[in-house]
Design a protein around this ligand. Structure first.
Ligand code: DLL
Length: 432
């Protein structure tokens, strides 16, 4: 099933033409209405009319999160405030958040983008969707909400937190779709189990997961616990929020809504554009955004593009699962380590649960990591040799994947922190 078959299955030449026409127009819009872009262009003698082919996008300087922060709150807006019908903000770890604004047309395009990924996952107006993303300045709750309504799905906007009440709604209202971060939906499976809400007492069939990454192993674990098909979607506030891309029910990469968001992959050190199939940093340009156009925004997310048409019939380019963020990458003893690599080892192993924490410390001049993993059966802590064997086994598997030694600490069940939004699995003690 498709939400907008015409665009989702368009042929490449037509998509290229559409993108080029929109690129020219968004560049002109940004240049004429945002002094930040005008100054950037003028500094290098670039004019909107120099964008003649899609490849010319490479002439445009990158935009970064710092540019949004420096222009807090509204200086990157390209329309008068009376045309803005919504703002959202994304909190950074330090300082002021970044603020984004949407016109009425932007809101329409946003819900259209989200509607596509919901239908691609198998959602239809027969469904009842419970949104357990936080509502508020975070784009996740409202973003999915409007897309679901557009499809005609009954929305249960229960938001995040108050997990027992969530599970009561889930059972009593007969929710068939759950929408949230994978880590929160994993946590909710524990609550459901404690409350005895097993398959048969709930009607869930689809999970729409996003806002953070999760490994295929973690997806399999959540699918097993709930008995659902889980698809993943991706997005970021700076570009639109959720809706940049989403998987179809085949679960083989996230289809980018490339008529609205133009993707490039760059080498994050050199800034050079990479070929299809090469792994690097995703850079996105909004092709239709009126409120706050983003030209060549550096997402810091590492992925690759696949232009092969999908089994589902969609031709829109797919992005692979995000491997991690350039700023989440740990460098341990000179080796690059992504938390997702550790997750892929731990989740699904015998005797340990899918919850973990990675502690990074300094030992002398060297960084080292310790991985905390929960036992499924706390009694194992008494059985010294079994514990030692399990620890050895995990260390060995981590070494094979990471190429470095990691310490492993097995801990009591349900002692590692649970998350109601995006998980924070890395505790960095290097600068404390
Ligand atoms: O997380 C938007 C969103 C909400 C997308 C709900 C999907 C569903 P921000 O809070 O601005 O926006 O965070 C954006 O989250 O740059 C990625 O690093 C990460 N992220 C989002 N989705 C995924 C995903 C929303 N599927 C940042 N896989 C992005 C990996 C993801 N990382």
């Amino acid at each position: 099933m498709f939400w907008n078959k015409e665009v989702e299955c368009i042929n490449r030449t037509e998509m290229d033409n559409l993108q080029l026409e929109r690129l020219k127009s968004i560049v002109k819009h940004a240049y004429e209405n945002v002094s930040f872009y005008r100054n950037r262009f003028d500094e290098i003698g670039l004019k909107p009319e120099h964008i003649v082919t899609l490849k010319d996008i490479e002439k445009i300087p990158f935009t970064t999160k710092d540019d949004l922060r420096d222009n807090y709150p509204y200086s990157l807006f390209a329309v008068p405030m009376k045309k803005i019908v919504r703002v959202h903000a994304s909190s950074g770890t330090t300082g002021k958040p970044i603020v984004v604004g949407y016109t009425r047309k932007d809101m329409e395009n946003w819900s259209e983008s989200v509607a596509r990924l919901i239908v691609a996952a198998g959602g239809s107006e027969d469904d009842i969707a419970q949104v357990v993303f936080g509502y508020g300045m975070f784009t996740g709750g409202f973003g999915l909400h409007y897309g679901l309504e557009k499809v005609g799905i009954t929305v249960v906007p229960s938001s995040s937190g108050n997990s027992e009440r969530q599970m009561m709604f889930l059972e009593d209202f007969g929710s068939t779709i759950i929408v949230g971060t994978p880590s929160y939906v994993l946590y909710l499976s524990e609550i459901a189990e404690e409350m005895g809400i097993t398959k048969g007492r709930h009607k869930l069939r689809i999970g729409l997961f996003g806002g953070e990454g999760h490994t295929p192993e973690m997806r399999a674990e959540i699918e097993k616990r709930w008995g659902i098909l889980a698809t993943e979607n991706y997005g970021l506030s700076e570009i639109v929020g959720p809706g940049v891309s989403g998987e179809c029910y085949n679960q083989c990469g996230m289809h980018i809504n490339e008529d609205h968001y133009y993707p490039e992959i760059i080498d994050s050190d050199s800034g050079k554009t990479l070929e299809e199939g090469q792994k690097g940093e995703l850079v996105l340009t909004t092709l239709t955004k009126e409120g706050i156009p983003m030209l060549r925004y550096r997402t810091k997310d590492i992925t690759m593009l696949n232009f092969e048409p999908c089994k589902c019939g969609r031709t829109n380019v797919r992005m692979n699962k995000v491997l991690g963020r350039t700023d989440d990458m740990l460098i341990i003893k000179g080796v690059n380590v992504f938390p997702s690599q550790i997750e892929s080892v731990l989740v699904g192993m015998d005797h340990v649960g899918p919850h973990y924490q990675i502690i990074v410390k300094k030992k002398g001049y060297m960084d080292e990591i310790e991985v905390l993993v929960e036992l499924i059966d706390g009694n194992m802590l008494e059985k010294f040799s079994e514990l030692e064997n399990l620890e050895k086994d995990i260390r060995h598997k981590l070494r094979a994947v990471l190429q470095i030694d990691a310490k492993v600490r097995l801990v009591e069940p349900k002692t590692i922190e649970r998350f109601v939004g995006k998980a924070k699995r890395v505790v960095d003690l290097r600068n404390v």
